[in-house]
Design a binder for this molecule. Sequence first.
Ligand code: NAD
Ligand code: DAU
Length: 335
Amino acid sequence: MKLLVTGGAGFIGSNFIRYWLANHPDDFIVNLDKLTYAGNLENLKDIEKNPNYKFVQGDICDFELVNGLVSDKLDIIVHFAAESHVDRSVMSSRDFIRTNVEGTMTLLDAAKNNGGVRFHHVSTDEVFGDLSLDGAAFTEKSHYNPRNPYSASKAASDHLVRAYYHTHGLPITISNCSNNYGPYHFPEKMIPLFITNLMENKKVPVYGDGKNVRDWIFVTDHCRGIDFIIQKGKIGQTYCLGGNSEITNIDLTKKILSLMGKGEDMIEYVKDRPGHDLRYAMDYAKAKQELGWEPLLSLHEGLMQTIEWYNDNQAWWQRVKSGEYQEYYEKQYGE
Ligand code: NAD
Ligand code: DAU
């Protein structure tokens, strides 16, 4: 197969490319990424010379570019590219609407114009809004109720993907997944921020009272789920993926502190995020029944692997935190 992966220089996209080439060594991947602040080609250093991999720097909103890539004997588009950080969407929504909504539409148009190319859309549990502490977990039948600009933009993109299936017969699938963590996670997000802060002997900022609940999934389990959907998923269908690992932020923080041999004096309670969703939880029974997928790694095992990875790759995250990583493209690909 030939795949167009969008956003492959980001956290999940780069893990997906590494996962896919290891498990499908005869396939060819084109990685289209704009290299925003979240895109880092150092995430793919070990892949860049693979003859079955090609990087293209560009914007998913650029129809001419996207159409050219899609028209070149493509089997599937796997769409990760997005503005992904909730806190940034609170400060300004514009880039979120442009990339997540207009960018998705541009890709869908290119898929439609080239005979109906298969399209897998990578989405989030946040589109369903938030749950009470005792509410039943989200399923594919849950109502959409996004409550921050990021999740609203992702909800709009999900609706567009489904609309192209119903209106134009485009062969689509969608996955809505819970909070990912693991290697190459940008240290503005909770787990990598906390791990790297502690490695720098800095405190960890817990929002509000720390009682918010997230369901954490190790990134490779998410990538395997997308693989199962691509291979066995039914066209037009949505699949919820989750980690079976619900935990409050404060308990997760204490777990990280304990695994890293640090005391609770390193916790700093800070002002809460506006519109902070209380709880997300995913019921992945459909993926289990129809695809035979379920997450393999426990939160404990995944956290130990993640802490070890950040310990072994200090140069990677130090270059991200200092901003030096943005020079890598120029050195590798510049004139
Ligand atoms: P990320 O922010 O780490 O990476 C996003 C990538 O998209 C970056 O490489 C960036 O350069 C690229 N990009 C942004 N705008 C672009 C544009 N206009 N054109 C081309 N490339 C562009 O994000 P992530 O955490 O890896 O998330 C990937 C996808 O998975 C997103 O669609 C996100 O909504 C979804 N998702 C994320 C999580 C999570 O926990 N991180 C959970 C569920 C779903
Ligand atoms: O649920 C899936 C979503 O998970 C994805 O769609 C998003 O792209 C991804 O960024 C993530 O969103 P969250 O807002 O849940 O992740 P974040 O790591 O930003 O925050 C996790 C929890 O930790 C959340 O309740 C807010 C809290 N938090 C976060 C940060 C950055 C803190 O307490 N302190 C922090 O410094």
